[in-house]
Design a protein around this ligand. Structure first.
Ligand code: CA
Length: 229
């Protein structure tokens, strides 16, 4: 069955081109042009991916992403203006899985779409059982469940992947580059700041004091490690 993709874009010319390309690449694409419509549609139907423009006439793409994240782990690929670097970071903070800069080429967009869907399929096919522990942190890989000192924590897919990788080897220092390559399997998001943003998101959920993390620790100049506390 072909993957179902919901495109949220208010510029009709772009939307037409994207939907045409997605359909011709074998995806089943729907299009809505407002944030409210995107949320309604995502609640009503089962999609595999949302492509979400940042600038929409009603809600911003960021707000759509935040609201979606409160109720769903649907992967989100954000469309972001090339000039606004801050928006990319904020988009990831809002729970987007990846972003593409406008103006983009269709092959570039399709490559990002396939990468996200491939990661999701990998998640599904990877060893579906197993518990990973680091101190008071426990990951149930099969159930995609995480608890910290017995308290359940809700993570996005990207956050879960990152934490799961770190928890493979507690105490090992992973470089940002290594994290991005292993998790996002391309050099496109070689932008190390994306790793930093996902780490910051995780800290807000896992640490008592996210400003002074004790579990997900920065090793200055090298990368990150998961401490057994
Ligand atoms: Ca727009």
């Amino acid at each position: 069955m072909s993957a179902r993709i919901l495109l949220v874009e208010d510029e009709e010319a772009i939307a037409d081109a994207v939907v045409y390309t997605l359909n011709s690449e074998g995806f089943d694409a729907d299009w809505v042009d407002t944030g409210e419509a995107a949320l309604d549609r995502a609640r009503a139907e089962a999609y595999d991916l949302m492509i979400l423009d940042l600038m929409l006439p009603d809600l911003s793409g960021l707000e759509v992403c935040r609201r979606l994240r409160a109720e769903s782990v649907l992967p989100v690929l954000m469309l972001t203006a090339r000039t606004a670097e801050v928006d990319r970071v904020v988009g990831l903070e809002a729970g987007a899985d990846d972003y593409v800069l406008k103006p983009f080429s269709m092959p570039e967009l399709i490559a990002r779409v396939r990468a996200i869907l491939r990661r999701r399929d990998l998640d599904r096919s990877e060893a579906t059982t197993g518990i990973r522990r680091a101190g008071g942190l426990e990951l149930d890989v099969g159930r995609h469940a995480v608890s910290v000192d017995g308290r359940n924590v809700q993570l996005t897919n990207s956050e879960f992947r990152l934490l799961s990788l770190l928890a493979e080897r507690p105490g090992h220092v992973f470089s940002r580059r290594e994290l991005m390559q292993r998790l996002w399997d391309s050099t496109y998001v070689g932008d190390a700041r994306a790793a930093d943003v996902h780490v910051a998101n995780l800290r807000r959920k896992l640490e008592l004091d996210p400003q002074n993390p004790v579990r997900l620790v920065t090793v200055r100049g090298v990368g990150y490690t998961l401490a057994e506390v």
